[in-house]
Write a protein that binds this ligand. Structure first.
Ligand code: 26Q
Length: 758
């Protein structure tokens, strides 16, 4: 395919904007480039032969699209040169684009990486989701606490095109009209697929009152207003079912319509469609498809068979509280048309097994969405080797003995286009210079970098690039958050959603420990900057208390001359994909410290590794596979094993209080939370609540891992400070072994084992 050159881009921009480039505002240039990109991506749309994949997900955390699309279409360099020639900067242009925050974290970002890989591999695969008017809330820090504000990302011109296609959806007995919006997904030197997002024309942001609160009962005006409204009250939970059903009903109608247009008689749906259910949020697609097939005259038994063959389910969690289950009453209110179908499915299950714990509807009339998925799809997969083993052997063992053939593992991956080419162009250039461009589409070629592990010149350049990326991050932090940092310090980063199982509180206790050590004259071998990025769910009190404690400690240290020369805590406000793209390339040590067995996979861990950070982590999720790939000399592993943790939970004999009483280090750190200086800078009530939680419950066993964490972290800091060349070498090994974690590999495996697309 012919790619546009600089001159052609220049002419097109002038044509669209009707003035010289120098005279254009960044908004005008952005809009013009969006048009050019859309034109180019349209040319790469392809008709579908055979089966097509529909990836249904309540979240697609796609991030900003302009640069990424330009890279994928081969236009980035020409556009950049053209802008530079006229005194305009790509970086400033990027800032005018709002980020579509259509996801919470890992699960949504994974869906976005998968769309990129599908298009890059020239596989026919579309996304189906919702067009939320406000993405995940915008986080603001006030008085060292998180405040939530609505994020109106749809402000100016966005990437999703309104279509004339609509579908009728019945919610609580009333008819609504779902409208389809389509967003082009470009592949790297590949085809264009689409992300199909549904919305109601009647949604109205004026129902938002204070912050992110709004009238939850006015469905026609609020349905797609927010991503996952707070589910801490009943109206919020009901709204979630409304959202899910709008998505799956419109999605299922669209799928059937497309397949019929392509020649399906619906009995042969399997030859036309594969549907991947991303966690339980879209699970109602199963009874909805059965209902729609029934309306087309297909009997119940055959419809169940067709749907089971077409659909597959991915599980992303082992936390029992995150497995969705709904009171049957809720479903009766919102989707009464599905309840008789779900009841019939439950009867089929009861004929298949006597084990009542595998039923769909339990004795208290609660509907277990994951159970329905496992019984009525042909594949259930976990997202990392350890996670899948835990599903098979403990969490879902009763299902595994019923259907051993359905269970399989698909270790997550990340797209190297966004998480290397786009976010770390200097590193990408160095790699290309050393091993050629093949690795961009064939990630396993990265292993050839190992040939340079003894090349001091290469290692120096690698270290130099890391330093430059740290300078860039420092500038960005200065300019966007008014925070001063020093790129000569060691950058340790923990960025991910705030959750007790991810254990930001373990990092907090370490930092308090370090504060005491410095006070008593034990300085680290090099000044350390601990960087955090994390949003807490609005109703998750303890998570918000952890943010408060970190922000408070950050101030205490900042005002303490003695300590601040050696230690700084930076909490990046409003962590999102855009912030991640700045932070990840600048990281020296990646903190992946979840309680073993609790993090299904993690994908941030892979992004940091690919960008040359070393990992400090527990043997949890995909960390296990990272450790196997790089070898123990190139990673810092600590803490209890998943086996020990699972045993401890089973025995129920963990007592945080005992650890507090018997370990002076732990006591000193925990006591400090409510010390005079902390309560002077922070809020006593919040700090006390966190302290009580840690000493009385500590559900995610922070205290047993505390001392091991300190030891490994000290080791990492000393290694980094004392032998920078050796560190660079280990960084190179990490990069070279990151190929396995490309989402291209993950998608090839899904296709080989589950979808069978051509
Ligand atoms: C459930 C009920 C009510 C309201 C919200 C939810 C809800 C929303 C989002 C439950 C879960 C999520 C998101 C989960 C998620 O992001 N899981 C992560 O998925 C990644 C991709 O597989 C893994 O790498 C992470 O380990 C996993 O935590």
């Amino acid at each position: 395919m012919k790619v546009k050159g600089v001159k052609e881009i220049e002419n097109t921009l002038i044509n669209i904007c009707k003035k010289e480039i120098e005279q254009c505002s960044y908004e005008e240039l952005y809009t013009a480039l969006l048009c050019i990109t859309e034109e180019e991506s349209k040319k790469r749309a392809r008709s579908v032969e055979g089966r097509k994949l529909y990836y249904i997900s309540a979240e697609f955390l796609i991030g900003k699209l302009l640069s990424n699309n330009l890279i994928n279409l081969g236009l980035y360099d020409a556009v950049k040169s053209c802008l530079n020639a006229h005194g305009k900067s790509m970086a400033e242009l990027e800032e005018t684009e709002p980020e579509p925050g259509l996801g919470n974290g890992g699960l949504g970002r994974l869906a976005a990486c998968f769309l990129d890989s599908l298009a890059t591999l020239n596989l026919p695969g579309d996304g189906i989701g919702l067009r939320y008017h406000c993405g995940l809330f915008r986080q603001r820090f006030e008085d060292q606490s998180q405040r939530e504000l609505p994020d109106f990302w749809l402000g100016g011109r966005d990437w999703a095109r309104k279509t004339g296609k609509t579908y009728a959806v019945s919610l609580a007995g009333r008819d609504y009209t779902a409208r389809l919006y389509q967003l082009a997904v470009t592949g790297y030197e590949g085809r264009t697929n689409y992300l199909n997002l549904f919305d109601l024309d009647t949604v109205d942001p004026s129902v938002i009152s204070k912050g992110i609160s709004f009238d939850k009962d006015d469905i026609s005006r609020n349905l797609t207003l927010f991503l996952y409204p707070d589910d801490s009250d009943e109206a919020g939970r009901l709204l979630r079912i409304y959202q899910q059903y709008l998505m799956v009903s419109a999605g299922a109608q669209m799928i059937l319509e497309e397949c019929v247009e392509r020649g399906s008689n619906l009995h042969d749906l399997y030859d036309y469609a594969a549907i991947q259910i991303n966690d339980t949020h879209p699970s109602m697609v199963i009874p909805e498809l059965i209902r729609l097939l029934g309306k087309e005259g297909i009997d119940f038994g055959e419809a169940v068979e067709i749907v089971t063959k077409v659909c597959a389910y991915t599980n992303h969690t082992i936390l029992a509280e995150a497995l969705e289950k709904w009171p049957k009453d809720y479903l009766n209110t919102v989707v009464p048309q599905l309840v008789p179908i779900i009841e019939k499915l439950d009867e089929i299950v009861r004929e298949r097994t006597e084990d009542a714990s595998a039923a769909i509807i339990d004795a208290s009339e609660t509907v277990h969405m994951a159970h329905m998925d496992i019984h009525f799809t042909h594949s259930t997969n976990g997202v990392a080797a350890l996670h899948t083993e835990i599903l098979k052997n403990s969490e879902l063992s009763r299902f595994y003995s019923l259907y051993p053939e359905k269970f399989n593992n698909k270790t997550n991956g990340i797209t190297f286009r966004r998480w290397l080419l786009k976010c770390n162009p200097k590193l990408a250039d160095l790699i290309e210079e050393l091993i050629g461009p093949g690795y961009k589409k064939n990630a396993s070629e990265l292993e050839r970098l190992k040939d340079f592990a003894g090349d001091e010149e290469v290692l120096k350049r690698l270290a130099q690039i890391k330093h430059e990326n740290k300078e860039t991050l420092a500038q960005w932090l200065g300019h966007t958050q008014k925070i001063r940092t020093n790129p000569d310090c060691m950058f340790l980063i923990q960025s991910k959603r705030l959750h007790e199982y991810k254990r930001q509180q373990l990092n907090l206790l370490y930092l308090i420990h370090k504060y005491f050590e410095i006070k008593s004259g034990h300085m680290p071998k090099i000044p350390v900057t601990a960087i955090f990025g994390a949003k807490a769910a609005p109703a998750y009190t303890i998570a918000k208390d952890i943010i408060h404690a970190l922000l408070t400690l950050s101030k205490v240290i900042e005002d303490d001359q003695e300590v601040s020369q050696w230690l700084q805590i930076v909490f990046v406000e409003n962590y999102n994909v855009t912030a991640a793209e700045k932070m990840i390339p600048a990281c020296d040590l990646s903190e992946q410290i979840s309680l073993a067995s609790k993090e299904a996979s993690g994908t941030g861990n892979m992004k940091f590794m690919l960008n040359g950070a070393l990992t400090l982590g527990t043997l949890d999720g995909a960390n296990v596979e990272i450790a196997e790939a790089v070898g123990e000399k190139n990673i810092y592993i600590f803490g209890q094993s998943s086996r020990q943790v699972i045993r401890r939970y089973a025995h129920g004999d963990y007592s945080a209080r005992e650890w507090y009483d018997t370990d002076a280090n732990i006591r000193r750190a925990i006591d400090f939370l409510t010390s005079e200086i902390m309560t002077e800078y922070g809020t006593q009530e919040k700090l006390e609540r966190l302290q009580k939680e840690l000493t009385n419950k500590d559900w995610f066993q922070t205290l047993p891992d505390f001392n091991a964490y300190i030891v490994r972290k000290e080791q990492a800091i000393a290694d980094y400070a004392l032998n920078p060349m050796e560190w660079a070498k280990r960084s190179l090994v990490n990069i070279s072994m990151a190929g396995y974690f490309s989402s291209d590999r993950t998608i090839e495996e899904y296709n080989r084992d589950i979808w069978h697309l051509r």
